[in-house]
Design a protein around this ligand. Sequence first.
Ligand code: SAM
Ligand code: SF4
Ligand code: SF4
Length: 337
Amino acid sequence: MATEDVFHRPLQDLRISVTDRCNFRCVYCMPKEIFGSDYPFLARRELLTFEEITRLTRIFAGLGVRKLRITGGEPLVRKDLPELIEMLASIDGIDDITLTTNASLLPQHARDLVNAGLNRVTVSLDAIDDDVFKAVNDVNYPVGPVLEGIEAASRAGLDPVKVNMVVKRGMNEGQIVPMAEYFRNTPHILRYIEFMDVGNSNGWRLDDVVTAAQIRDELNAVWPIEPLDPNYTGEVASRYRYVDGAGEIGIISSVSEPFCSTCTRARLASQGQLFTCLFAGHGHDLRTPLRDETVDDEQLADIIRGIWRQREDRYSEQRTNETAPLQWKVEMSHVGG
Ligand code: SAM
Ligand code: SF4
Ligand code: SF4
């Protein structure tokens, strides 16, 4: 039976962050000045083990979750990730497992991930120009290996690969058309994402958001696009196709056209806190009951059901330029995208 929140949104998707660490320092996500060498990243023992993640996911599946997204930090820096995928793929009721990654470690892992049961991958790439991309990831990482990661995923059978590009004014808006040009006529689906005010450290301002409408207009002026129907209710990206038949793109308008009313996503942070919104100020600790031998699966299910039933989040529908900086929010690298 579906588990519904206050606004009758069912619990259907679970995003699992497997680490808070990353080998990139994207300026909009983990700015170097804050995530420096002295940043207190979680110790190994604080992270949920693969067994703990699997146990919790089995319980979530019993509450209605069907889709999983593995994220981070950078999920592929967590050792032996294919083992976790294999454990999750064996859970009854889970019919889709996706990974979001910066692709730097994808070439060596793509085949194992697919063999373990990974169904799809989303690769983050914010520019096709090396200089722009290096300035965004801030660790001087070139575009070439990310493109190799995309091709490795494609060869391993993960087509179509979704490619996420966060667009921020003054950072990479000049890359909207060049990215489209690169990914047109490929099986991959480029998705533009509005810059969001996640966390407290990325210096978000409404003026820095390049809106979905602006992105649509810019593309339309070069290659006309037309809307496509969503694949399913609650799909976060609005879908478009090039009128000339060169493929599909998506635009994720979390700021200018929010989609809270269909948000069915729960987020599990790497140390076991449950967040019911990407912009939540606090998570619910599931690790303590999980590690308490007197708490059984039924009781854990009751705890999660209780949290979801009280859920009233609709942050993006309420956000304003004035309120956005005031509220303390969990960091994106902590809870995953
Ligand atoms: N490291 C992996 C990656 O980059 O794909 C997974 C984690 S990352 C936090 C997940 C996604 O969130 C990425 O596509 C990233 O671009 C996006 N993201 C991070 N900060 C964001 C922000 N402030 N606004 C919009 N998207 C953001
Ligand atoms: Fe790392 Fe992904 Fe955040 Fe970039 S967006 S810093 S790759 S977690
Ligand atoms: Fe869901 Fe929160 Fe995003 Fe709204 S703001 S779509 S409730 S995660």
